[in-house]
Design a protein around this ligand. Structure first.
Ligand code: DQA
Length: 146
C-alpha cells in the first residue's frame, strides 16, 4: 500500500480564520479529513504534518525519506524563497507534487515564482481543497504507472 506524506507549511495551521477571503473557511482539520477520505477511496495511506518551521519540515522529510512513496507539499510562503526546502525535496528523492489553495499566479507578483516547483512533478493551485485531491490522484496515477 502506498504511503503518501501530506505536508503543510507555515501559517496553514490557521486555515479557516486566516484571510478567509483568500483561503476560504475550510480549516486544516477539514482539509485533512477530505484528503483522508480520498485516500481511503484510492486505497492508500496518508500521513499529515504541519509546521511553521523550515527546519522541522526538512527534518520530517529526511526522517520519512526511506519509508514513504510520495509527497504532497504546500510549502506556504517558503515556496517563493526557500532554497533549503527546495534542496530537501530534491535530496529525499520522493515523487512530489506542489500544491496551493489559492491561485498564486493571479496574486501579488512575489507569489508567482516558486523555487520548489522545479524539483516537483507538477504544481496544482487555485482550487482550494481540490488542489490537494487532484494532486493525490495525479501522484497515485504516477506511482501505479497509469
Ligand atoms: C499558499 C500560497 C502562498 O503564497 C502563501 O504564502 C501561503 C499559502 C496557498 O496555499 O495558496 O501560505 O501556499
Amino acid at each position: 500500500m502506498f504511503r503518501i506524506l501530506i505536508v503543510h507549511g507555515p501559517n496553514l495551521n490557521l486555515l479557516g480564520e486566516r484571510e478567509p477571503e483568500v483561503y476560504g473557511s475550510t480549516t486544516l482539520d477539514d482539509l485533512n479529513y477530505e484528503i483522508a477520505r480520498r485516500a481511503e477511496k484510492l486505497n492508500i495511506l496518508v500521513e499529515f504534518f504541519q509546521s511553521n518551521h523550515e527546519g522541522a519540515l526538512v527534518d520530517y522529510l529526511h526522517a520519512n525519506r526511506k519509508t514513504a512513496d510520495g509527497l504532497i507539499i504546500n510549502p506556504g510562503a517558503l515556496t517563493h524563497y526557500s532554497y533549503t526546502l527546495r534542496d530537501a525535496i530534491a535530496a529525499v528523492q520522493l515523487p512530489t507534487m506542489e500544491v496551493h489553495l489559492s491561485d498564486i499566479h493571479q496574486r501579488e507578483p512575489f507569489r508567482r515564482f516558486s523555487v520548489t516547483k522545479e524539483v516537483c512533478l507538477g504544481q496544482f493551485f487555485g482550487k482550494g481543497v481540490m488542489s490537494y485531491l487532484e494532486a493525490l490522484d495525479f501522484l497515485v496515477a504516477h506511482l501505479t504507472g497509469v
